[in-house]
Design a protein around this ligand. Structure first.
Ligand code: SER
Length: 348
């Protein structure tokens, strides 16, 4: 008698938004750490330098449910890094498109995670980058009074992006704990979505620039100076929000991914590394690039978004539960990471 082997699926770690700046850093880090099962998904073709680091690179849209069904058929997925999103500035120009990508796309991926967990019987780690945009401080005086906000404070975002991220934080918790709670075959035990979320501050990379965000003034100012280009900053000198370097942001995401589930007291964690004003960033940039031409020409609307975000966040839960500890404070961020790497990048 002949037997037909059971069809098997390829093991895959799925990264959405793979061609974005977070995806670039994450793929390199995971590849360098020995991961060879990376499946990259992005609406744009993946950068040629990243392609050899990925088992597969798929061009497609997370709002395409049929595409995600095909992924379910082809891969056995244990971890999803869901990085795809329209950022805060871009989302204000088309809030409904932002909802489609940021919320509907996330629900599609949460369903994929739930289907995967049910089919292979193991939890699927679902890593979700949320943002300080989920906060709404209600005016500059309240922002100054609030200081470093905890995860459960001031959750009245004024941007579509912030509303989308906050909605997805709740949807992630729902899929992890209450999904299909009235169904007879509701998921139980190990075959669940293990949703883990970090609220990121502004992220600054020495190698790439973000597109469509509102915290972009910091990386734009630094990169412009290194390229000897003049930069007109779109927020006031006293505008203040928290930031982190890209390597610390990636390390945090991986550390939370690897943390023992028993150590986690919440699904959503704040993190931060330093919280300079735009003027303080400009002063450091001028110290390193003597010829930097930085002016401040606030854009009232984008300034309003930054004013609605907290000046700082309380990340003690992340430090206690899974040992978050950024390598770069403000000084180290510039001295050890940004300045040497940015100089080398634009030297040629
Ligand atoms: N950096 C993002 C933005 O500016 C916030 O998470 O949109």
């Amino acid at each position: 008698m002949t037997t037909t082997p059971a069809p098997s699926r390829h093991a895959g770690t799925l990264i959405t938004g793979a061609n974005g700046e977070f995806g670039h850093g994450l793929i390199r880090t995971l590849y360098d750490a020995g991961r060879r099962d990376l499946v990259a998904l992005d609406v744009h073709e993946i950068d040629a330098s990243l392609r050899p680091m990925c088992r597969d690179a798929i061009v497609g849209d997370i709002t395409d449910a049929a595409l995600l069904s095909r992924l379910h058929a082809n891969y056995e997925i244990h971890s999803i890094f869901h990085l795809a999103a329209l950022l805060s500035t871009r989302s204000e120009f088309n809030p409904e498109a932002a909802h489609e990508v940021n919320v509907v796309g996330t629900v599609n991926l949460l369903k994929l995670a739930a289907d995967q967990a049910a089919s292979h019987g193991h939890p699927v780690r679902f890593m979700f980058p949320s943002s300080i945009a989920v906060y709404g401080m209600g005016g500059l005086e309240a922002k100054a009074r609030a200081g470093a906000v905890r995860e459960d404070q001031c959750l009245e975002p004024t941007t579509m992006y912030g509303c989308n991220k906050l909605a997805c934080e709740h949807l992630g918790r729902y899929y992890a704990r209450h999904y299909r709670q009235l169904a007879k075959d509701r998921p139980r035990g190990a075959g669940r979505v293990d949703f883990r979320c970090i609220r990121f501050p502004g992220v600054i990379s020495a190698f790439t620039l973000p597109s469509g965000g509102t915290s972009d003034y910091a990386p734009e100012m630094i990169h412009a100076a290194a390229k000897s280009e003049a930069y007109a900053c779109f927020v006031r000198e006293d505008a203040r929000i928290p930031f982190i370097t890209m390597p610390d942001a990636i390390e945090a995401l991986l550390k939370l991914h690897d943390a023992d589930a028993k150590a986690l007291t919440r699904t959503v964690y704040n993190i931060t590394a330093f919280a300079p004003s735009a003027g303080e960033i400009a002063a450091i940039v001028r110290r390193h690039f003597g010829k930097a031409e930085i002016t401040f020409q606030p854009d009232v609307e984008r300034q309003g978004i930054v004013d609605s975000w907290p000046a700082d966040v309380d990340d003690s839960a992340a430090r206690q539960d899974w040992g978050f500890h950024p390598r770069h404070d403000l000084n180290a961020a510039f001295e050890e990471y940004l300045i040497p790497n940015i100089r080398a990048k634009y030297a040629t």
